[in-house]
Design a protein around this ligand. Structure first.
Ligand code: FCB
Length: 455
């Protein structure tokens, strides 16, 4: 158990190895804005946001944090925190406005080139994500990730980006959270492209995994010293009761949420127990695909937010399971349970079952209803407590021998939180979306003192 009111000095940067990576994460669509500048093409998120009802506050990423123009200030901020790394993503429609083509959009490449130079000048090691959900709409018009041609398009895009930026970027994340790409986007329909079809979602999932595996040798060819991985959203699970039914339900839930990704990435193919439940929804798998997906990686990125408690629920959802909302547990404004213990359990399990050589916590963070005081400060003590406890948990995991080598807080800035629009703020920095003014919150101040060794 981690004390929910932790001492501010209970954890220190010096508790970790000197080369531990410390940073924050962002993604292109959530912060960049400049949606129609310098030849950027339409993405599935532009299209999705334009349909009434899809985004809670009716907003979109047209302007977002205006990071496209304000990146020097934002990188200054990341640097001022004392980070030695920064995770960001590339908007594919800035590189290939139509998804693919003979020549990439030079203005898009130049933008990211400047951005990466800006990171290096500030001592921030660039950790790039190639796909953080903003697929070019032109590819969606041809079936999106459910169409195998999108795999080829992704590999071409990965080739161009690694060819242009690989002299300066050494850390490559192919995909962010394939579970969300597949299931939020194509089964639940709550993310772009807003499709609700289980079979489509499973094919999307498979094609995304194949594209990860196919991109790896291409990136390695362009960047011989590249370190490559994927960032998965993973959840520790517990059954709602001691019944056999709930235990079996938890195993099924785990099968689709966690093992469906980890097993093939680590060379075991798709978990048979789940495959057998899919019937005609099972994806089309071509010969060689599983070997492709299992291409060796250098690290596993884990995005950790919350645990889930699972009950058997015949006929509910794709796996006849239900996530139980227990009372009396601490939750963020999103309703996500706060559980640093869950992170300890999760990373131990992943390490024990799959033996990745290195693990990076590529996202971890929380949303609360921040209040700006009259003096202009944001006293987000809950977010600060969340951060401290998850760093305590990180230390505990390291001490247990799990090879966790870095931590990236989600997020550097308040930003466009997908279907929640601007309602949910996850930043260590407050953004006033009218003036674009940035103000470091109490949580950010704490992170700065922690990283600067001045707690
Ligand atoms: C993750 C996403 C990230 C952000 C956080 C809150 O699932 O990767 O973009 O939205 O959740």
């Amino acid at each position: 158990m981690f004390n929910s009111n932790p001492d501010l000095t209970s954890i220190q940067r010096s508790d970790f190895a000197r080369d531990f990576r410390w940073g924050s994460s962002t993604s292109s669509y959530q912060i960049e804005g400049a949606a129609r500048e310098d030849g950027r093409g339409e993405s599935i998120w532009d299209r999705f946001c334009a349909l009434p009802g899809n985004i809670r506050d009716g907003s979109n990423g047209d302007v977002a944090c205006d990071h496209y123009h304000r990146w020097p200030e934002d990188l200054d901020l990341a640097c001022s925190l004392g980070s030695n790394a920064y995770r960001f993503s590339i908007a594919w429609p800035r590189i290939f406005p139509q998804g693919r083509g003979k020549t990439p959009n030079q203005a898009g490449l130049d933008y990211y080139s400047r951005l990466v130079d800006g990171m290096l000048e500030r001592g921030l090691e660039p950790w790039v994500t190639l796909y953080h959900w903003d697929l070019p709409q032109a590819l969606q018009d041809q079936g999106g990730w459910a169409n195998r041609d999108t795999i080829d398009a992704f590999v071409e895009y990965a080739d161009v980006v690694s060819g242009h930026l690989g002299d300066r970027i050494k850390h490559w994340i192919t995909h962010n959270e394939p579970w969300c790409t597949a299931f939020h986007g194509n089964y639940e329909g709550v993310h772009a492209p807003g499709i609700r079809n289980f079979k489509t979602a499973l094919q999307v999932c498979h094609n995304v995994l194949v594209s990860h595996g196919q991109a790896i040798p291409v990136i390695r060819r362009n960047v011989p010293d590249a370190r490559i991985g994927a960032a998965l959203s993973l959840h520790p699970l517990q059954p709602a009761s001691e019944s056999m039914q709930d235990a079996a339900a938890t195993r099924r839930h785990d099968g689709l949420r966690n093992r469906w990704f980890l097993d093939p990435l680590y060379g075991r193919g798709y978990p048979e127990d789940i495959w057998n439940l899919l019937g005609e929804s099972a994806p089309v798998v071509q010969e060689g695909d599983l070997a492709t997906i299992a291409a060796p990686t250098d690290f596993l990125g884990v995005n950790y937010y919350f645990p889930e408690i699972v009950a058997d629920a015949p006929g509910v959802g794709s796996m006849s399971t239900r996530v139980v909302e227990t009372k009396d547990v601490e939750r963020t404004a999103f309703g996500w349970e706060v559980s640093p213990d869950g992170m300890v359990r999760l990373l131990n399990r992943v390490s024990r079952d799959y033996r990745p050589t290195e693990i990076y916590i590529t996202e971890n963070g929380s949303t609360y209803d921040d209040v700006v005081t009259e003096s202009g400060s944001i006293e987000d003590t809950q977010r600060r407590s969340y951060l401290i406890r998850h760093l305590q948990a990180t230390k505990k995991i390291v001490d247990m021998g799990v090879p966790v080598k870095g931590y990236f807080a989600w997020s550097l800035l308040d930003n466009f939180e997908w279907a929640e629009g601007y309602i949910r703020r996850f930043g260590l920095t407050h953004v006033n979306f009218e003036t674009q003014q940035r103000t470091l919150k109490a949580s950010g101040e704490w992170y700065r003192a922690f990283l600067g060794g001045t707690l």
